[in-house]
Design a protein around this ligand. Structure first.
Ligand code: GAR
Length: 213
């Protein structure tokens, strides 16, 4: 399966996808890395891996729709079949989301539907949440909404600051994003009544308790 990965910055999730795709048996390859920021380090990562890149600055477009249309064109030209948002920090127009419906996925550093938007770790700590984590989901027009493909949970420790929690979650992001792509590329993921069904995924048993009694 051919992937387009959209980034705005550091690109560590992009790197996790690059590394996963490097394995012979991985059923996907990245055909385009697209950024709205010329200085995004993700572009450098793509170049080092020999992956074609494109930069489209939203500032060069009159409105969100025309910017998104230009992105769609680049993605289509690259022949991509799945679009992966990886720290792409722009809201997408309804038209773009409709066009790529069920072919557009995002990773978000919280257990959705909790903590959509920004400053998620500060908010989880402030609330005294015992667990946080990350979510890979299909994208719908509303921000950080859509059918959940996979989540990973991490504990929130009493001494955590936002950076410590972000780091613990990021490690899991790098595991679950390639895993979600693999499931999709293997043709095992479908959306039914706005819920994701994955064929032959192992079902974990039991509960997680924090702190352990
Ligand atoms: C990641 O933590 C990702 O989950 C988050 O931005 C970071 C990008 O890091 N995305 C969002 O908050 C989207 N709502 P990266 O550039 O190193 O992959």
């Amino acid at each position: 399966m051919k992937l387009a990965v959209l980034v705005s910055g550091r690109g560590s999730n992009l790197q996790a996808l690059i590394d996963a795709c490097a394995a012979e048996e991985f059923p996907a390859e990245i055909v385009l890395v697209l950024s709205n920021k010329a200085e995004a380090y993700g572009l450098e990562r793509a170049k080092q891996a020999g992956i074609p890149t494109a930069v489209l600055s939203h500032k060069d477009f009159d409105d969100r729709e025309s910017f998104d249309e230009a992105m769609s064109q680049k993605i289509t030209e690259a022949d991509a079949e799945l679009v992966c948002l990886a720290g792409f920090m722009r809201l997408l127009s309804d038209g773009f989301v409709r066009k790529w419906r069920d072919k557009l996925i995002n990773i978000h550093p919280s257990l959705l539907p909790s903590y959509k938007g920004l400053h998620v770790h500060e908010r989880a700590i402030e609330d005294g949440a015992r667990f946080s984590g990350c979510t890979v989901h299909f994208v719908r027009p509303a921000m950080d909404e859509g059918p959940i493909i996979i989540q990973a949970v991490v504990p929130v420790h009493p001494e955590d600051d936002a950076d410590a929690l972000a780091g613990r979650i990021l490690e899991q992001e790098h595991v679950v994003y390639p895993q979600a792509v693999r499931y999709i590329a293997e043709g095992r993921v479908r959306v039914s009544a706005e819920r994701v069904v994955i064929t032959d995924a192992p079902i974990p048993h039991g509960a997680m308790v924090n702190p352990v009694g």
